[in-house]
Design a protein around this ligand. Structure first.
Ligand SMILES: [Zn+2]
Length: 292
């Protein structure tokens, strides 16, 4: 499974990546991590990247692509990967497409994690971290329990500077502007899968798996088509058989008349019993009155 994951800050992209890594046994390839790692190790690409950053320039796409190429050559990426943080524009998407084609590892899908801005805002603006225990809470959706920190004290919460409302607004705008052309780009190539990423974690995970199961590879698509055809054929046969049974069971006018007559007779019998019972009761009452 070879994926690109697109999602706004607060869309739960990181969490879902972790789950997919476990589910499919593939690594998450974050270009940010690759850059940091290469710079720290002082590889040739890392040195080139550092020189650009030290000069206050953006790291060239060719450097990032070189890192991706090296990363995908590793053993753990043979079954696939989840690419995170790249591409960020159409030029990068083109370059990535060329690289993956060259490697014989084309993308299976590009997943767009969809969350409304309103919800993203709440998730990000409500986020608080405890200074003492480093647990992350959300004042709206996941408030900290009282007296839940070390020594029975309340958690000592703070908000990351990145999570104030102005910054959040800007981050979401940047994301939307960046992502829109990519969404169009991958939709045109039939790779885009949109996933409703609001709601509980496991529900989103299920939707994600469903989205990836649909049209993820030609082989799967073919087997699904076969299954569908078989199901349709079976349904047709069953329908036909049911119709045959029904026509055989269908009562003749005479049978219908008999059944109706039986019903009427039964009803009349019940009514008669009721009348008799009532009459007997009244008679008994009258008798007991006379006896007194
Ligand atoms: Zn705490």
């Amino acid at each position: 499974m070879r994926l690109v994951l697109l999602g706004a800050p607060g869309s739960g992209k990181g969490t879902q990546s972790q789950l997919m890594m476990r589910h499919y046994g593939i690594p998450q390839v974050s270009t940010g991590d690759l850059l940091r790692e290469a710079v720290a190790k002082g590889t040739a690409l890392g040195k080139a990247a550092k020189a650009a950053m030290d000069a206050g320039k953006l790291v060239d796409d060719s450097i990032v692509l070189g890192m991706i190429r090296q990363r995908l050559a590793r053993r753990d990426a043979r079954k696939g990967f989840i690419l995170d943080g790249f591409p960020r524009n159409v030029a990068q998407a083109d370059a990535l497409g060329t690289l993956l084609e060259e490697l014989g590892q084309p993308l299976d899908a590009v997943v767009l994690m969809k969350v409304r801005d309103k919800v993203l805002f709440q998730r990000l603006a409500g986020r608080r971290t405890c200074r003492r225990c480093a647990q992350v809470f959300n004042v709206f959706t996941n408030p900290p329990p009282k007296g839940g920190c070390k020594g029975g004290q309340a958690h000592d919460l703070y908000q990351r500077p990145d999570d104030n409302e102005q910054t959040i607004g800007r981050r979401l705008e940047v994301y939307a502007a960046q992502t829109r052309p990519l969404v169009a780009y991958y939709r045109k190539r039939g790779l885009l899968r949109q996933v409703d990423a609001e709601g509980e974690l496991d529900v989103v995970e299920m939707r994600l798996e469903q989205a990836l199961g649909r049209g993820s590879s030609p082989g799967k698509a073919a087997s699904r088509a076969v299954k569908k055809a078989v199901k349709k054929a079976v349904k047709k046969v069953v329908k036909k058989a049911a119709a045959a049974v029904r026509s055989r069971v269908k009562p003749t006018p005479l049978q219908r008349a008999r059944r109706k007559a039986t019903k009427v007779v039964r009803k009349a019998g019940k009514a008669r019993k009721k009348v008799v019972r009532k009459a007997v009761k009244t008679a008994r009452k009258a008798v007991s009155k006379l006896a007194r």
